[in-house]
Write a protein that binds this ligand. Structure first.
Ligand code: GUN
Length: 298
């Protein structure tokens, strides 16, 4: 069996178009959505991610404000900038790119962002809302993965076993909660898990988010499984690859995301979606959309 490809580029284009329509409608009412992106330090991968996010904002008609600071920025200085952005009515979303330099306490910085502007969904209030099954902002990468599952018709995951490899606050934990909300039986595996392959082979839906190039091999995947690869790893030759051994696993899986061109573009599209949603919440919805607003689901 050769797996069907889930094309993250095409699906992200679809969502970015929908975001652009909503942004234009808000702008027409005098409320152009705005996103502030803060980058501290000179991590090359973060610089690329941030540049892509800002570019995507422009294409969707979202105002973006990029603030870059040297790694010497103090925590007080960063907290002061966040306070100013919290108070800025032109800014609806605030994103602090992670990882931060080691002298900055990432959780303290995230908690300084107003929860209603936390379009990453990392603030403890948003993480808690997700935990109790009432998500306000879903973290962008897991959100993108759920949209991919929806796209292939896997909305109701009751009776399915989902395995998430990785337990980060950014991907692994929120991913597990969203899968749980969709009805899946969920297992989170991590570096302390014994016999990882034993677990991954049970997965109807397998999400790899570990940051280890090609660590999920064909012998670790159940035939016909949906495999979502969150990893973006740079190989010594400069090429990108995921956490999944794509060429081998595609012969076993039912569906698979490529790297690049899979989950990555969806992460950015969901950031835009959360930003336009944040803006919409500050101004309310037009009368024609009131019926749709009851669920607050875009
Ligand atoms: N670093 C890696 N992924 C992310 C993300 O989704 N948001 C932020 N802010 N930083 C990240």
């Amino acid at each position: 069996m050769t797996a069907q490809l889930i094309d993250g580029v095409a699906l992200a284009r679809h969502w970015r178009q929908r975001v652009a329509e909503r942004a234009a409608a808000l702008a027409a009412r005098g409320h152009r959505p705005g996103l502030a992106v803060i980058l501290v330090g000179d991590d090359p991968a973060s610089q690329v991610y941030v540049r892509n996010k800002v570019k995507a904002c422009g294409e969707a008609g979202i105002h973006s404000l990029l603030e870059t600071y040297p790694a010497t920025l103090t925590e007080d200085e960063l907290l002061a900038r966040i306070a100013a952005l919290n108070a800025d009515p032109a800014i609806h979303g605030i994103l602090v790119q992670l990882p931060l330099p080691a002298h900055l306490n990432a959780q303290r910085v995230i908690e300084a962002i107003a929860p209603e502007k936390d379009v990453d969904g990392f603030h403890v209030a948003n993480a808690g809302a997700l935990l109790v099954g009432q998500p306000a902002f879903r973290p962008c990468t897991p959100y993108g993965c759920m949209k991919m599952l929806e796209h292939i018709g896997r909305t109701d995951l009751r009776g399915q076993h989902a395995i998430v490899v990785g337990r980060s606050n950014i991907v692994g934990k929120p991913m597990a909660l969203l899968l749980l909300q969709a009805g899946a039986t969920v297992t989170i595996c991590h570096s302390g898990t014994a016999d990882l392959a034993h677990h991954t082979r049970q997965a109807d839906v397998l999400v790899a988010a570990v940051g280890k190039p090609r660590m999920i091999g064909a012998d670790m995947v159940k035939p016909g499984a949906v495999v979502l690869d969150v990893g973006i790893n740079r190989l010594p030759d400069g090429k990108l690859c995921g956490d999944v051994d794509f060429d081998a696993v595609r012969e076993v899986a039912g569906w698979i995301t490529p790297v690049p061109g899979g989950v990555g573009p969806m992460t950015i599209a969901m950031l835009l979606l959360n930003t336009v949603e944040a803006a919409q919440r500050t101004v309310g919805r037009p009368p024609s959309a009131v019926g749709a607003s009851a669920t607050v689901r875009p």
